[in-house]
Design a protein around this ligand. Structure first.
Ligand SMILES: [Fe+2]
Ligand SMILES: [Fe+2]
Length: 316
């Protein structure tokens, strides 16, 4: 067998993904492809876990038993999504001598970021509805785009995750519809939640490219890890949700939002992107409290890890 140089292997790799080929965990891959995947998938996995925290607050306070069962199932699903994705990330980390502990350490020290929306407060029951309907709805748009990613283990995990996310969006929509048809107080609570969440929903997709795609996005597109830009995804979100929000008689805190038929795109007010940077770097309203809760849960489960490790060692 002829030994190949790094560049020859990289060329063969690019040719393979260019022709729709998929990469498995034990296939050869360029170092920066592995790094991009680790960054993306570990952030996605940790965001699923951190995302369970704002909603878990509503499990004991859900207004009916049916709602309690539904939101409990959703929180459990989100933790499951996190586990699935961290497994995928672990396979990528293993050849580098790293594991899940390192990812958690990175989360606790702020090197690994989690999604902006999960740094936000969820003080009302309407938030439980808006998170399910619009935050999970936004996640479905991003994750559906990623189903045809070149990295097959991520695509397989996403296939299952997307199926469950659709239930989450329906669960959220059901809460939102009940409030929209409810008392004036319930409608006011829903409107306040939509108004408060709107900037975070715009930020969900990341800053617009303004004709200049970041090197990070460019690399992910060249490697077919993703196929659409932040702005394309945000526009798809507007296409799907803006009219639905208006049909419920709700308003958005953006009097300028409108669809331009000739240009085929939505015009809207940009959120404060400096605030976005502050939030994702751990300075959001709930960044510290959620991370503290995650740390506490990690510390409290130390005895489980120790017990399992001891048992495994004794069995060997
Ligand atoms: Fe999820
Ligand atoms: Fe979800």
């Amino acid at each position: 067998m002829i030994a190949q140089t790094y560049e020859e292997k990289r060329a063969a790799f690019l040719d393979k993904i260019e022709h729709g080929g998929k990469i498995e965990a034990d296939d050869w891959m360029p170092d920066d492809y592995r790094q991009q995947l680790i960054k993306l998938i570990s952030m996605h996995g940790m965001s699923e876990i951190m995302g369970a925290l704002p909603e878990k607050e509503w499990v004991p306070k859900a207004p009916t038993l049916r709602r309690k069962l539904a939101i409990m199932a959703k929180v459990q699903d989100e933790m499951g999504h996190g586990q699935l994705l961290l497994r995928v990330a672990e396979d990528l980390l293993a050849p580098l001598g790293k594991n899940r502990e390192d990812l958690l350490e990175d989360l606790f020290t702020g090197r690994l970021k989690f999604h902006n929306v999960f740094h936000m407060e969820a003080p009302t029951w309407a938030d439980a509805g808006v998170i399910g309907w619009l935050v999970d709805g936004a996640a479905i748009i991003t994750q559906t785009m990623s189903l045809d990613t070149s990295y097959a283990p991520y695509a397989r995990a996403l296939y299952r995750i997307c199926a469950e996310e659709k239930f989450h969006a329906q669960h959220g929509e059901s809460i939102v519809l009940a409030l929209a048809e409810g008392t004036p107080e319930q409608r006011a609570m829903l409107q306040e939640s939509v108004t408060r969440w709107w900037p975070a929903l715009l930020m969900f997709f990341g800053p617009p490219e303004d004709g200049k795609i970041s090197s990070n996005q460019q690399q992910n597109m060249a490697y077919k890890i993703r196929s659409q830009t932040n702005e394309e995804l945000r526009q798809a979100f507007f296409d799907k949700y803006v009219q639905r929000i208006f049909h419920l008689g709700l308003t958005l805190p953006d009097p300028t939002i409108r669809y331009d038929k000739t240009e085929g795109k939505w015009h809207y007010q940009q959120p404060d992107w400096n605030e976005f940077k502050q939030i994702v770097t751990g300075h959001g309203p709930c960044s510290v409290s959620r991370l503290d809760l995650r740390k506490l849960s990690y510390q409290q489960a130390q005895w489980v890890r120790d017990a399992l490790l001891n048992n495994t060692q004794q069995a060997i």
